[in-house]
Write a protein that binds this ligand. Sequence first.
Ligand SMILES: [Mn+2]
Length: 321
Amino acid sequence: MIDMQQLMAAIRDSRGILLTTHCNPDGDGIGSQLALYHALRAGNFPVYMHNRDAVPRIYRFLEGSELVGQGLAFDVADIDLIISLDAGSRGRLGFADSLFAGRTLAVVDHHVSNTRFGDINLIDVSACSTGAMAYELIRAMGLPVSKAAACALYVTLLTDTSSFRNVSTTPEVHELAAELVRAGAEPWPIARAVYEDRSPACFRLQVRCMQTLELLHDGRVAWVHVDNDMYQETGSDGEDTEGLIDLARAISGVLVAVFMRPGDDKHSWKVTFRGKFDVDVGELAVSLGGGGHRHAAGVTMQGDYHTIYNKVEQAVAAVIG
Ligand SMILES: [Mn+2]
């Protein structure tokens, strides 16, 4: 692995390392970032964390999460190496171009749609999570996996395999999970924090969202959405939409689930896809300008709800035939 060697050399030579992940970070982005942070800190490397968006509430139980996403708590002039975790393109990081100027950019990711936007590209589409790749890097560098790092890595496995359910759940994934549990990751408290610590407002939003269910194409497509009125009525926000699309995919006979929610600005919508069986929603998302994996993908689109709905519906119709 030439890229792994290059990345290790870049880390060893660096005066200041910035770890970052994509906008609207998920469990894999945050978990791989925190795990690498703990390991590099233990090895006395000058490492910092910064994301465009704050750590979602359900991941704030992770040690070190309070050090991320709350503005630049360091002098950016000290940074000469940026490590991008779990992001398929540079745009997904949400930073101004100036941040990258004159700095080495290393990309660690497992998305098929990755554009290889780094100076160093460690891309493994067969990895179940970016966290699993971070683990390999940590071990290759001879760094310790502390309890805090083990918890963060376990979260990357748990969330990116849909709780050890999806196609990327290989024997190796279970073996890595076992190692992490031995290193101090506790499955039940972690699962409680990620899945069973939701607010009543979140539950009420789920009810409202499920009421929007449409079954299209003879029940092969399930479509749900939330809008700003629903957030307001229930007192919830975008973070509370986590997992809603999986409920839609769970319906018998559904091949593709689609979920729409308002984007970061007034004129955009985030469209998320989940696939079941053979439909490749990663390709579907790429055809619309987004990216992702075979069974989980998404895209942010500009326009009003109905225009985007129609555009997406046509693309979905094309892939399910
Ligand atoms: Mn991931």
